[in-house]
Write a protein that binds this ligand. Structure first.
Ligand code: ADP
Ligand code: MG
Length: 728
């Protein structure tokens, strides 16, 4: 056995769970390290408190004087907790989070120093950000970028650093991060939803989107994970034969959580509590060593920040427990990958969940309005919605019979399907009094009872209505939720805006009553969007055929899927809703296309290396042992040896064949890479990596995995699947 594999196994099997002793009640820890409303009341002057609250709730601007007061109070609070540094915390388009720590400490001459943190430093910074992806924006415009305080997401302390959530934009105002377009999309959905709510309740002043994510991940012993160059460099295994036992017994899902994992989770949850991330649920997932963590849902911007922060903290806490968190969408072939369901809804400032059926017919008509408009938005933009979850990693899940297919459809359940069928029969134009009464009592009025026993959830749907929210299930585990949330909120906002226009026209030009007009418009939407509704098995082949007939897109690879990001229609929607300019949309497209190329390029190099300097040399060594053995047999048995050595000779030949195939395929892959590398156009290059380079991965893997089965386990250098997945 290779030294690395041997040592890693010894290390992993000798580990004891690290005890976590935490007796404090969770509710006491919650938000302890957050500059939240409670803390602000204690530390801020009345004026400053009002200023920040109004910025948080109404989006008003904070003036300089107030910013000075806030920064000085933040510093005081942070220093009382041993904090020495501050950072603007942002989410560049790399997918991770970025921070650059500065000390409060400043010299003031004469060998003296003070701790300083002024309004200037709180409100705006100019990080040297030339190395962040910008899709050409920073070349076209000013070279500099700046970060600006987002007061709607509270500052927090992690370690000894005060972190201030910020947006990151170019000097000319173009977004260079995930948060900026998200905030704009949240404004758009607020405005469009509030306008529609006014049909039902004049008191509604604001609508906010909510997000409850469910984070799936793998937890692997650190030494074992580090012993695999592919995991270290790409986040996934590029080869490895399936273990004799995988997930077929379903004995992991919801099973008792192994104690090392449980101690890690407890530790992580404590950190989350301190950071104000309201984590609530933890359980084993389907694959061995796969788990899930979910919080109570929050306002969308905050929930997105919390998920980004969580992904960072998960890695840090895991390291303390000698574990490694794999957030990759498909770390292991043959067992389930990881996703991140995005549960989404809309809530008014009067406390009504617009996607939750209400108690009266009118509130139910409001529910149906938002419900049907969401379906329409998804239908009209299904390709864009598919595009926003596309990534090299997620390509392994979508459409691979374990996660939602690459086809976007909406599941609403049997009961609501019936309600829509009834609404479809509503008379054109004015409604008779009898029809109105019937609708109110028997269709719209019945919804709450109906939903209570609606338990038929379809797990194969990428976009499912689950009682009081939609659940977007195609999002990948590694993704920043801002991306899908920006798109979803934007397309629904656009749809609601159009809906309002259509209803108003019917009221004004045809003299329809408000509810008549709403019924009329909804009826047409129901008729127009039937093709997106699907209740059957989304994993089945039959659905692919059916979806094709219905004209739904089925873009299986990222380069193909991403194109919808820059379709005329998408560009127009983002512009109309003031979420992204054409420059910003195109820049993002370019970044995503390039990221795809880079990921496949790295995987291809790593695979070539491992095959060439781990697998083949090991196979040769084993083959030499066999040759020695055959020579020995010949010595003993003379001409009779062939009968005795038949199996060995077969093995020797088999190994040679696999080695030959690996060399051939690796060489071909390198040639394909060379051709792809000189393609100038980013889109064509990504397509070439996808179509000409990536197909070699499976072929090379096939031969390597065969060798894994043939070669003496003692010699095999790479930690095996059974060791990675079942060591606890
Ligand atoms: P599962 O999908 O695993 O069956 P649930 O449907 O019970 O789990 O809930 C999943 C998530 O939905 C939780 O994180 C919860 O906070 C979130 N959620 C519940 N209500 C809402 C809502 N109105 N808006 C957004 N998310 C919500
Ligand atoms: Mg779910």
């Amino acid at each position: 056995m290779s030294k690395i594999r041997f040592q890693a196994l010894i290390e992993a099997s000798n580990r004891k769970p690290i005890e976590v002793i935490e007796n404090t009640k969770r509710s006491v820890l919650f938000g302890e390290n957050v500059f939240n409303e409670n803390t602000m009341r204690q530390y801020l002057t009345n004026d400053a408190f009002k200023g920040v609250m109004s910025a948080m709730e109404l989006g008003t601007k904070i003036d300089r004087k107030i910013a000075d007061q806030v920064s000085s109070s933040m510093k005081e609070w942070a220093m009382s907790k041993g904090v020495t540094h501050y950072t603007h915390w942002f989410q560049p388009l790399t997918g991770g989070t970025a921070e650059k720590h500065d000390a409060f400490f400043e010299t003031i001459g004469n060998g003296m120093a003070i701790e300083k943190f002024g309004g200037d430093q709180l409100v705006q910074q100019e990080p040297d950000a030339s190395s962040f992806p910008n899709g050409g924006i920073r070349n076209t415009f000013e070279a500099r970028g700046y970060t600006a305080w987002d007061p709607t997401s509270p500052a927090f302390i992690y370690g000894t650093t005060l972190s201030i959530p910020t947006i990151f934009v170019s000097y000319t105002g173009e977004a260079l991060d995930y948060k900026t377009p998200l905030l704009r999309a949240l404004t758009a959905i607020d405005e469009a939803s509030t306008a529609v709510c006014k049909y039902f309740d004049k008191n509604v002043k604001r609508v906010s989107a909510s997000l409850g994510w469910e984070q799936e991940y793998f937890l692997i012993d650190k030494a074992l994970a580090n012993s695999r160059p592919d995991i270290t460099l790409t986040g996934r295994t590029l080869l490895g034969h399936s273990p004799a036992k995988g997930q077929q017994l379903d004995d992991h899902y919801f099973g008792s959580i192994p104690s090392r994992a449980l101690n890690y989770m407890r530790d992580l949850e404590t950190e989350c509590m301190l950071l104000g991330i309201p984590v609530k649920t933890r359980h084993n997932e389907v694959a061995p060593n796969q788990f899930e963590l979910a919080p109570i849902y929050e306002e969308c911007n905050l929930a997105v920040d919390h998920n980004s922060l969580l992904m960072d903290v998960m890695g840090k806490v895991a390291s303390r427990h000698q574990l490694k968190v794999l957030l990759h969408e498909k770390p292991f072939a043959g067992v389930n990958g990881s996703g991140k369901h995005n549960n989404w809804s809309l809530t008014t400032d009067t406390g009504v969940n617009l996607l939750g059926p209400g108690k009266t017919p009118m509130s139910n008509l409001q529910f149906l309005t938002f419900f049907i408009n969401t379906i329409k938005a998804v239908y009209d933009n299904e390709e864009l919605i598919r595009a926003v979850v596309a990534s090299a990693n997620n390509d392994h899940r979508l459409g691979a019979n374990e996660a939602p297919p690459a086809i976007i459809s909406v599941f609403i359940g049997e009961q609501l399907t019936k309600v829509l069928e009834e609404l479809e029969g509503v008379t054109n134009g004015k409604l008779s009094p009898e029809e109105k009464t019937d609708l109110k009592l028997n269709v719209v009025g019945k919804i709450p009872d109906v939903l209570l026993d609606n338990t038929d959830r379809n797990r194969t749907s990428p976009f499912a209505f689950t009682g009081n929210k939609f659940e977007f299930r195609a999002v990948g585990s590694f993704a920043n939720c801002a991306n899908p949330m920006t798109v979803l909120n934007t397309v629904v906002a656009k749809q609601l805006k159009d809906f309002k226009t259509e209803v108003d026209i019917l009221i004004e030009s045809q003299g329809l009553k408000k509810d008549e007009a709403i019924f009329n418009v909804l009826r047409e939407y129901i008729k127009a969007t039937k093709n997106i509704l699907f209740e059957g098995n989304g994993y089945g082949e039959a659905w692919e055929k059916e979806a094709k007939k219905r004209g739904l897109s089925n873009n299986k690879t990222t380069p193909e899927a991403l194109k919808a990001r820059i379709s005329k229609k998408s560009i127009a929607i983002f512009e109309e809703m003031n979420v992204m300019s054409i420059v910003e949309t195109e820049a993002r497209y370019e970044i995503e296309v390039e990221e795809y190329t880079k990921r496949i390029q790295i995987e291809s190099r790593v695979l070539g290396d491992i095959a060439g300097n781990h697998v083949v040399p090991t196979a040769v060594r084993y083959q030499n042992l066999l040759i020695e053995n055959v020579k020995g047999l010949k010595e003993i048995f003379g001409k009779d040896f062939e009968k005795q050595a038949a199996e060995q000779i077969k093995l020797i030949k088999g190994i040679s064949n696999h080695i030959k195939a690996i060399h051939l395929k690796v060489d071909e892959m390198i040639s394909a890479r060379k051709i792809a590398n000189v393609i100038e156009d980013a889109e064509e290059k990504a397509a070439s990596y996808c179509e000409d380079v990536k197909p070699f991965f499976d072929e090379i893997r096939y031969h390597c995995d065969k060798l894994e089965l043939m070669v003496d386990d003692e010699l095999w250098p790479l930690t095996k699947y059974r060791e990675l997945l079942f060591t606890r």
